[in-house]
Ligand binder design. Structure first.
Ligand code: SF4
Length: 790
């Protein structure tokens, strides 16, 4: 970026800067923090209008054979998502409760497994050959293709490359740095959603015995708004839906979610539902392929012909127009209910199980259709079609993902969906409910067992009683606050249990500066990524076992447990030999970090937990409600459901009632030709991991730097198809720039734009967050689009 003539990211735009508006925090960033520009400009072509199908089968076979080899591929994939196998390390979509198919996975699950189980290895010789500066010029895809990390590595102060370090020396270095801190709160312990319940519980315990609640996690960035919005309205921050409910539903609203790429096996349930006559409504700015048609690769008959139509109605909501849209849906339902003499809404349910209905009615009556249509971008007639489906539905499910949560109004967006569901009592009965669909395989379980910067006093009390110590009570730092504290020099040691923190977080330049100001950064990882390259003064890579691998400890072979998006806790057993003899499991690494750091100060028998994960589960059972007889029940095939009051019609709010809430339609300053940009994921991508350069569902091939624009918006701005443009974000007087994107005309509402992350994370200020949840607002970015300098 340094050679860009107008590098807003490195200096405020003086012409626009207002006196007194501090732009000093705009970051120059560490070179290489952003993914490099494409060497091969992307091409666009025809997009697939049916998800999966034969292409998906080809991709599955090809990826498996290429990365794992045929034999290893078969051996691994036949155990993927099986009751005696291992859990997919990708998304958190649930497995069937009853019998499972031989191939119980999707194309993207195979990509994730092939990425982990690939035969390629990164040895110390690789790091001897490549300086960090060299690696920073490589693409994220290149890094993923280099293979598995095999040995602990250290970047010493002032060094330009990693060198090998023994496990004892690595742990001693970590312990020394942690124990040298003036306060435990100068350390922060991040968790990615792949960590098992056992590793996560031990990690949270270690942080709290060390003395801090600084436990940021990836949930801070994906579904924090869901957790808060749901807890405040129905008393629990999780899905109330079981997988079997999808077959029973007569309507399903999929909101701000792209299941075809992000949760592909969900399409199997949607296909079954559609065939049962269920009406599926897609609410999204982009018409995603998975919501149009689906050819189920597991069903030969489905592969013939055009596939199954999934959505019967598409509501093309503007980016961040969801509150307005749901007000419109509810206003129409209310009007029709009045006209029908009160026979359409669930007035009995509303009277006996909810509160706040009258205030919602007053708000809907006071909101004009003009406001609703302008705010949502959807015409009243189309909104009425959606409302009719909801009014005719006896069993309605509402699902959503980050298209809902990653906005300033993320919590209000979730509450609007709850309002909509409550109008006809669609929570607490079979075939109905609300379902935030989680993005990473155990992100929900990690939170359940204690990874949160503000766990309840009851949890902390139980943890203290179980282990005979006093956990810190003050709330810790979440992800955004950790970045800010690192930048301010208040957090000096940063430990990451998995993930790619740099690429997952907003404000890439600011975050890279924040990380670089740490004394020590530690990554517990399976694969190389950009987070290993932007480091503190010293850095450690601690290589760990993956989900696919056998985990043998002193008491024998272990399994770990995870919780899926519907609250099922089940086992995961690796099947492959570890990628290297030097790997440790995540529970073993955490336990040894604790032993090295806490020494005689600890009251915990860490070694017993490392030796036998049943002991970890015993402790979880004593500390976390819902895990009674954990070790016995999790050994039952398929595991067990955690308790969920709202699923049974019991709302654990302070009043015992579900709450209607009044939400405000968000306003954005979109004058001066601005657009509202949403970030999206390509089909060859899982979170920050890039598996390839294609996105066949959007017709993009061989590159990722594209920005999808409405053709009329392009014409108004004199932007030609495939012209190279810079994207400039606008927050107050601050400008941030992401350079050289190919402009692609796309079916997206006027005034809106979409582009891939992590390339566009650089545009999002760290302080642009959802009200209440502090979740980065990565899908509401006011931008202008400018021709790139030649
Ligand atoms: S739907 Fe999700 S969990 Fe299931 S195989 Fe695909 S990526 Fe893995």
């Amino acid at each position: 970026m340094a050679d860009h003539p107008q590098d807003e990211n490195s200096a405020p735009n003086q012409a626009d800067a207002k006196p007194g508006v501090a732009d000093a925090h705009l970051a120059k960033g560490v070179a290489g923090a952003e993914p490099p520009l494409d060497d091969f400009p992307s091409k666009t072509g025809k997009r697939d209008l049916s998800a999966a199908g034969l292409t998906s089968i080809w991709e599955t076979v090809h990826r498996g054979a290429r990365d794992m080899g045929v034999k290893r591929s078969l051996r691994t994939l036949l155990k993927l998502n099986q009751k005696d196998g291992f859990d997919c390390p990708s998304c958190a979509w649930p497995d069937p409760d009853d019998d499972r198919k031989t191939a119980e996975f999707c194309e993207n699950g195979v990509k994730a497994v092939a990425s982990e189980a690939m035969r390629a290895r990164i040895t110390p010789a690789f790091f001897a050959e490549h300086t960090i500066a060299d690696l920073l010029h490589r693409s994220d895809l290149w890094m993923d293709q280099q293979g598995r990390l095999t040995e602990p590595m250290v970047r010493r102060r002032g060094a330009d490359r990693y060198e090998p370090i023994s496990w004892p020396d690595a742990l001693a270095l970590l312990a020394r740095e942690l124990n040298a801190l003036a306060s435990p709160n100068e350390a922060s312990f991040y968790t990615s959603g792949r960590a098992s319940n056992e590793a996560a519980f031990m990690y949270g315990l270690f942080a709290r015995q060390f003395g801090t609640n600084n436990l940021p996690d990836c949930s801070n960035m994906c579904h924090e708004s869901s957790g808060l919005g749901l807890t405040e309205t129905i008393g629990i921050g999780k899905s109330t839906v079981k997988i079997e409910d999808f077959a029973l539903a007569d309507s399903i609203f999929i909101i701000g979610q792209n299941p075809g790429t992000c949760h592909p096996r969900m399409l199997t349930e949607l296909q079954k539902a559609a065939k049962n006559g269920c009406k599926i409504v897609s609410v999204n700015p982009l018409p995603e392929t998975g919501m149009i048609r689906f050819k189920n690769p597991q069903n030969p008959l489905s592969l013939l012909g055009g596939g199954t139509q999934i959505a019967c109605l598409f509501l093309p909501v503007r980016v961040n127009g969801d509150v307005a849209l749901f007000k419109g849906l509810m206003k129409d339902m209310l009007d029709k209910d009045r006209a029908a003499g009160g026979k359409l809404l669930a007035h009995d349910f509303i009277a006996h199980h909810t509160e706040g209905f009258d205030a919602l009615v007053r708000d809907l009556d006071a909101t004009s259709w003009e406001t609703i249509e302008r705010g949502s971008g959807v015409a009243r007639a189309q909104i009425a079609e959606g409302a009719d489906i909801a009014l005719a539905s006896e069993r309605m499910i509402c699902c959503w993902a980050m298209g809902i949560t990653q906005h300033g109004s993320g919590v209000d967006n979730v509450k609007s969906i709850v309002n909509f569901a409550l109008l006809r009592g669609q929570i607490g009965r079979r075939g109905a409910g609300v379902c935030p669909v989680r993005g990473h395989s155990n992100v929900q379980g990690d939170r359940t067992v204690g990874i949160w910067e503000k766990m309840s006093p009851a949890f902390l009390k139980a943890l203290g009683a179980e282990f005979g110590f006093s956990p810190p009570e003050a709330h810790g730092l979440d992800t955004v606050k950790t970045i800010q504290a690192m930048h301010d020099g208040k957090v000096k040691v940063f430990v990451a249990l998995g993930g790619n923190f740099l690429s997952a977080t907003p404000d890439t330049h600011y975050t890279s500066e924040a990380i670089a100001r740490c004394r020590l950064t530690v990554q517990i990882s399976t694969k190389l990524n950009r987070a290993h390259l932007i480091t503190g003064e010293q850095a450690l890579i601690l290589p760990c076992l993956g989900r696919t691998e056998k985990d043998v400890q002193a008491s024998g072979e272990q399994f770990v447990t995870v919780e899926d998006t519907t609250g099922v806790v089940h086992q995961s057993h690796g099947v492959l030999a570890p990628a290297s003899d030097h790997l440790m499991s995540e529970p073993a690494i955490v336990g040894r970090m604790a032993l090295a750091t806490l020494g005689d100060r600890t009251t915990v028998d860490w070694q017993a937990m490392i030796d036998d994960y049943d002991r970890v589960r015993d402790h979880i059972e004593h500390v976390v409600p819902g895990f009674a007889q954990y070790n016995r029940r999790v050994r039952e095939p398929g595991g067990f459901y955690l308790p969920n009051g709202p699923r049974e019609g019991i709302f654990p709010t302070s009043s015992g009632r579900a709450r209607f809430t009044v939400t405000a339609i968000p306003e954005h300053d979109l004058g001066d030709g601005r657009l509202l940009l949403t970030t999206v994921r390509s089909h060859d991508q899982f979170n920050t991991t890039i598996y390839g350069e294609n996105d066949r569902y959007r017709g993009v091939f061989g590159g990722r730097r594209v920005v999808f624009l409405n053709a009329d918006d392009m014409r108004d701005r004199n932007i030609a198809e495939h012209q190279l443009v810079d994207i400039v974000s606008h927050f107050g007087s601050e400008r941030r720039r992401a350079t050289r994107f190919k402009a692609v005309p796309y079916e997206i509402p006027r005034g809106c734009a979409a582009a891939y992350y992590p390339e566009t994370n650089v545009l999002v200020p760290v302080a642009s967050v959802a009200t209440g949840s502090n979740q980065p607002a990565s899908k509401s970015i006011p931008i202008t689009v400018e021709a790139s300098p030649r």
